[in-house]
Ligand binder design. Structure first.
Ligand code: SF4
Ligand code: SF4
Length: 269
């Protein structure tokens, strides 16, 4: 099979315009919005705490902990608040799975530059210009027209991306030297891992999520409940024994590397 070799110079080049960090609310495909409106406000174990129009970048709980530390170091209020939680009726604890930055522009963007750029930042910062990777299973097939956000840097690359799925993935695996492609695959993997873990905890009766409560009542109970981050809960409940090891595996994109490698091997056979 013919390999897709990306021509020199035909790789993604971020011009550091800062646009992706200056409007961080509401970046969500219409289909996802409709699903969330219907399901995310009490019908599922994971409940959204903010109205749809206020939602911005999601931060995994362990990413939010880092941001809270970094914001003190740079003396900026990152406006980091919980965004999705499980109210566990077994322990009466609110288990916070994701946080968000409650701002129109990211508070860490100063004069078009990210003051946290030298840190690991968050996946959502590092996967741009992607809004999803090609392995995410949703209602819509991933293609070169629905995987990217508006970004000047990607405009010239889009016409070069093949239409055919296998060729497209091979192209993407070579065209993003900034690792944004790998980060998008890892971000989708962690999101899926979180969801699967919640289901597994329910099956094992390790949590009993409050569901179908009147939403205002749910919010009141959330306010009054003791709060715990998801990964801390996993350690406390004995579901995992080494949080730092898990985070390192995520940070190193170990899962994304395997997924991409397997795909490339299989698509050549
Ligand atoms: S990723 Fe795109 S929108 Fe963001 S700074 Fe780079 S060129 Fe600008
Ligand atoms: S932390 Fe930095 S990269 Fe992430 S959204 Fe804010 S300014 Fe952009």
């Amino acid at each position: 099979m013919k390999l897709n070799v990306v021509q020199p110079g035909k790789t993604f080049n971020c011009n550091q315009c800062g646009k992706c960090c200056s409007h961080i609310r509401g970046m969500m495909p219409q289909q996802d919005k409709e699903f969330m409106e219907k399901m995310a406000y009490g019908k599922l174990p994971l409940v959204q705490l903010t109205p749809l129009e206020k939602i911005s970048f999601p931060l995994f709980d362990w990413e939010a902990s880092r941001f809270k530390k970094w914001q003190r170091e740079v003396n900026i209020d990152g406006k980091i608040k919980p965004s999705r939680t499980i109210l566990d009726l077994n322990t009466n604890k609110a288990i916070i799975v994701t946080y968000f930055i409650d701002s129109d522009a990211c508070p860490f963007l100063l004069e078009k530059k990210c003051v946290l750029y030298q840190t690991k930042r968050a996946y959502i910062c590092r996967l741009f210009p992607f809004n999803r990777g090609p392995f995410l299973k949703t209602g819509s097939e991933p293609n070169k027209n629905n995987m990217f956000e508006t970004c000047d840097g990607i405009k010239t690359l889009i016409p070069l991306i093949p239409e055919d799925y296998d060729s497209m993935v091979r192209f993407l695996s070579k065209a993003f030297p900034d690792s944004s492609f790998e980060n998008s695959v890892q971000f989708d993997y962690i999101t899926g891992w979180n969801n699967k873990t919640v289901i597994d905890l329910i099956k094992k009766k390790m949590i009993r999520p409050a569901m179908n409560y009147p939403y205002e009542f749910f919010l009141k109970r959330f306010e009054n409940a003791e709060k715990i981050d998801f990964t801390d809960f996993l350690v406390e409940s004995g579901y995992i024994d080494d949080k730092e090891k898990l985070i390192k595996k995520f940070d190193d994109n170990e899962d994304a590397k395997k997924i991409i490698e397997n795909f490339l091997e299989q698509s050549l056979n």
